[in-house]
Design a protein around this ligand. Structure first.
Ligand code: DGL
Length: 280
């Protein structure tokens, strides 16, 4: 009797790690999961340390390096920093520490917004840390000099906490959105950049508040899909795309596993195994 040859694991077989300060990166994961059904996806929610947006750059770099090291231990072939705040603070440090790792980050979509706006005024919603970063200042400068657009940065302090609690359309969320959106609309913004991966989960509330305040629905830019296209390009150019075989998904969190499991079910209609790692 001939024995079946066991399949030899290859580098392409390795997992893709995706992380965020919390559940926000699920807005990126939903695109990756749909576009790459054969990959092994590992999602890390650092909810025990969220929000990152009010932390110092050193703290964000330390957390990002610790999470990248976790994925390296899991033998990941690629890492998606599904967090604008961590990308701005730490992507360079991650690339320097693991030069052979494929790394994709996310940045506020100023370029697509500049192409979409008709009024020439774009509101950029993001964390305080992203908007204060050198990376954002550089991007803004480049976009303002190459496009006929002005960008109005608006830090949405407190919004990530509400989204982490599942308050996607609560009175507190609506009050906060009114406070942040009104000045942008008064200054003529017709396009809004969602510069934090948590915000796509309150997109409906954002649109409703804008309609109520200005009578118009703004164009909204979310870069989750662009990040997925970049991941695909990198995997293909390194010949690391996993061949057609069933993919998988697992979640890890530094807070409670039931909270992350609940977020997977509520936000993405997915039910992967979820592991609590504890805070370290
Ligand atoms: N989701 C994150 C981002 O894209 C971070 C939010 C936070 O933890 O403050 O910036």
């Amino acid at each position: 009797m001939t024995q079946a040859t066991p399949s030899v694991p290859t580098a392409a077989d390795a997992a893709v790690g995706i992380f965020d300060s919390g559940i926000g990166g699920l807005s990126v994961l939903r695109h990756i999961h749909a576009a790459l059904p054969h990959e092994k996806l590992l999602y890390f929610a650092d909810s025990g340390y969220a929000p990152y947006g009010d932390k110092s750059e050193d703290e964000i770099v330390a957390r990002s390096l610790a999470i990248a090291a976790f994925f390296i231990d899991q033998r990941a072939k690629a890492l998606v920093v599904a967090c604008n705040t961590a990308t701005a603070a730490a992507i360079q440090a991650i690339r320097e520490r693991w030069p052979a790792l494929l790394v994709v980050g996310i940045e506020p979509g100023l370029k697509p917004a500049a192409q979409l706006t008709r009024s020439g005024t774009v509101g950029v919603l993001a964390t305080r840390s992203t908007l204060a970063s050198k990376r954002f200042a550089l991007l803004r400068e480049q976009m303002e000099s190459s496009h006929q657009a002005r960008f109005l940065p608006q830090a949405c302090v407190g919004l990530v906490d509400l989204i982490e609690k599942g308050e996607l359309y609560s009175p507190a969320t609506v009050i906060l959105l009114e406070r942040y959106l009104a000045p942008l609309l008064e200054q003529g913004a017709d396009t809004l950049v969602l510069g934090c991966t948590h915000y796509p989960f309150v997109r409906e509330a954002i649109e409703d508040v804008c309609r109520r305040l200005s009578g118009n629905t703004p164009a909204i830019v979310d870069t989750g899909e662009a990040v997925t296209r970049q991941l695909l390009r990198l995997l293909d150019s390194a010949a690391l795309r996993r061949p057609a075989s069933p993919g998988s998904l697992a979640g890890f969190t530094t807070a409670s596993s039931s909270t992350l499991a609940h977020a997977f079910a509520n936000l993405l209609r997915l039910d992967p195994p979820v592991h609590a790692l504890g805070q370290s």
